[in-house]
Structure formats: C-alpha cells, structure tokens
Design a protein around this ligand. Structure first.
Ligand code: 15L
Length: 277
C-alpha cells in the first residue's frame, strides 16, 4: 500500500480542535492538504497546504474547493449540543454539500460522527457497528443523519465512506467516563491516515476510542478494513479520575453522559430495548 495519497486530502473543520491536529499530523507527512473552516486557520499552514474560509451552507463553494480531492475528512459543522436551528445548516445542509462534492469528484468521505448518535444506549449495553441509532441531542441526531447520508451515497452512487463514532478526543481524559471514551489525538491521526490510504472501505463504521480497558461498550466494527488499531490508552489516568463521576443518575446511566441530561424531562428511564413499550 502506498504511504501517500495520489490526490489532495480535503479537511473541513480545519480550524477546530481535531482539524488542527489532523492538519499538523497529516501535513507533517508531506501530504497535499486543502483546509477549510468558517473560522480562520489559527496555525502556521503546513507546507503543501492551502486554506480557504467556507461556510458549509455554501454548496457551490464546497464543490469548487473539493475539486480534485481524493478524500474528504469531514470534521466541520457544529461539534457540541446546540439548538436545532443552529445545527440545521452546518450539519444537515453541510453534510449534503460534502456528499454531493464527493459524488462529483469520486472522492471518499471520512465522517467525524460521534458517540452522541447512539448516546441513549445504556453503558451496560454492548454495541456493534449495526446497533440502532439512539441520539441524545439534536447534535447527535445530525451525526446519525450524516452517517445515513453516507449509507445513501454508498448504496446509490458507490461513494465510499468511513463513519467514525468518536468518543472523547481531547489532549487527556478529564473524568471517569472518558476512561472509557477517550481517543488520543495520535490514535485519531493514525486512524485518519489509514482511512485515506486503505484500498477499499465501502460503507464502514469505526468506534473512535483508544485502547482503554474500561471501554467495554463498543465492540465489533469495520476497523479491519482500514487496518487501524489504537495504540494509546486512558488507563494510566484511572487513579486520578475513577471517582470523578456526576451526581446525575441519567448522566451515569447512558453512554452519551451529560448530553443525555440536557433538557431531559422523563420521569423514568426509557427501556434498554428501544422498541419495548
Ligand atoms: C462530542 O461529540 C463532542 O464533540 C465533544 O465535545 C465531547 O462532548 C464528546 O463528544 C464526548 O462525548 O465526550
């Protein structure tokens, strides 16, 4: 397998926390990068990279900037729990603009999905890649929509895509939940490199967590197709974080944690089986 892609890699959300890591890590490999975000790029541009500020609502600008790209790493849009109207444009219209560009350019999409697309599964439930979506927020719902957009474009147009249900990608884990959900920046960057270089991926789902021994909820996925395994682990932080839990029973019951609590109005928990009465 080659160690550099033959066409440029487009990174959306390049000015965000994860986009900046990818720009740095993949730029250091000497890859030709096209970076975009609605916000200015805050770092020095890696050699071989160009940046343009684009609103994901502007499908024509997305298509123009994607011209010639072989892979789109789609990290743009709203990345936290926000009201529906704020999520609608960047995350729903935006992911459509990305897939239309990918279809026309015959590019692969790697979609930064999130654990919040399945956040209302209980932590006691072991999930595989085919589990039901149980979004915990309008943000999580937009990620489920993005994954389904990938499914549509794969089935209808053969656009390959990898959907990474990212747990918590931060410099370090900061609470007990992240002892399970943490994904190191280096593991993320290595995964993205594999997603770009893998020969064929089809429509794939990968759980985005490092090799944390407390991650007992996420099992089978399609990482084998891209040849990625995590290297880092949150385990060394266990001593300092194990007791750092929330007083909210709802937060601690579900995989999505705090996002499940925002605006929560049930008196009793929904059944673990989503289709039960
Ligand atoms: C996410 O999807 C968010 O982008 C991030 O800010 C964290 O909240 C993360 O999930 C998480 O669940 O820890």
């Amino acid at each position: 397998m080659a160690d550099a892609p033959d066409r440029p890699v487009l990174i959306t959300g390049a000015s965000g926390n994860l986009g900046r890591q990818l720009a740095r890590g993949l730029g250091a490999k000497g890859w030709a990068l096209r970076l975009t975000d609605i916000a200015p790029f805050p770092d020095a541009l890696p050699e071989g990279a160009v940046f343009e500020s684009i609103d994901l609502n502007d499908a024509a600008a997305v298509l123009r900037f994607a011209g010639g790209s072989g892979t789109i790493l789609h990290f743009g849009g709203i990345s936290v729990d926000r009201p529906f109207e704020e999520v609608l444009g960047p995350n729903l219209r935006g992911v459509h603009a990305i897939y239309e560009a990918a279809r026309q350019e015959r590019a692969r999409v790697v979609f930064a999905s999130s654990n919040h697309s399945i956040g209302f599964h209980e932590r006691a439930t072991v999930l595989d890649a085919e589990c039901a979506f149980r979004p915990d927020s309008f943000y999580g719902l937009s990620k489920a929509y993005g994954e389904l957009m990938g499914r549509l474009y794969w089935d209808k147009h053969g656009v390959e895509n990898v959907n990474v249900r990212i747990g918590s990608s931060f410099p370090e884990p900061v609470d007990a939940r992240m002892l399970a959900t943490w994904l190191s920046f280096d593991d993320l960057t290595r995964m993205m490199a594999r997603c770009v270089l893998a020969e064929r991926v089809g429509h794939a789902v990968i759980w985005g967590a490092s090799a944390n021994s407390r991650m007992t909820w996420w099992r089978q996925d399609h990482r084998g197709r891209v040849g990625w395994e995590p290297v880092d682990s949150a385990d060394p932080f266990a001593g300092q974080l194990e007791g750092k839990v929330s007083p909210s029973k709802v937060q601690e019951r579900y995989q999505g944690g705090g996002y499940c609590v925002n605006g929560y109005s049930r008196e009793t928990p929904s059944p673990a089986d989503p289709f039960a009465d």
